[in-house]
Ligand binder design. Structure first.
Ligand code: FES
Length: 175
């Protein structure tokens, strides 16, 4: 599933709420410039402003795509089975050895946040596909697992993780 940037939602929601509040106090004209100043414009977001993503609508097993700094970011809500699959592998046997635990936030094992750009030549992999039911890059056949780690094919390294943090139980900030 593809979604528009959560930052855009946040901006729209804010504008809607702010407009309602302004109507109530009858000072719309004075506050409009303030609202414009408080919200990053599209070029600021594209240049690298952090974005917030609400996790609550993402159902178990679903992967959504948002954009940060012009890059596709996958946000996946992993099932217990997907987590177990990622953890049963012998880490030392991987082309780019990294434990699944190091690729998620502690206590938030179900949330996988990745930069969705194949580390081979930059195609965008497909979620829930391929031999490991993780991510599959159709360009030259790289297969990633349910942790976004490269398992076979020409990609040299795992799908990278963007900088992000949980700002509540159901919201992350990327960037
Ligand atoms: S770009 Fe993904 S396998 Fe080549």
């Amino acid at each position: 599933m593809t979604t528009v940037s959560s930052a855009e939602h946040t901006r729209r929601d804010f504008l809607y709420i702010a407009t309602g509040a302004v109507g109530a106090v009858g000072a719309a004209a004075a506050l409009v410039p303030l609202i414009a100043q408080m919200n990053p414009d599209a070029s600021t977001i594209a240049a690298g402003a952090p974005i917030e993503v609400d996790l609550s609508p993402i159902t178990e097993g679903q992967v959504i795509k948002v954009f940060w700094r012009g890059k596709p970011i996958f946000v996946g809500h992993r099932s217990k089975k997907e987590i177990a699959e990622a953890r049963k592998v012998n880490v030392a046997s991987l082309p780019d050895p990294q434990a699944d635990e190091k690729r998620v936030k502690e206590g938030k094992d179900q949330w996988l946040v990745l930069i969705g750009i194949c580390t081979h030549l930059g195609c965008i992999p497909l979620a829930h596909q391929g031999e490991y039911a993780g991510f599959f890059c159709p360009c030259h056949g790289s297969q990633y697992d349910t942790s976004g780690r490269i398992r076979s094919g020409p990609a040299p390294t795992n799908l990278p993780l963007p900088p992000y943090e949980f700002i509540s139980d159901t919201k992350i900030r990327i960037g």
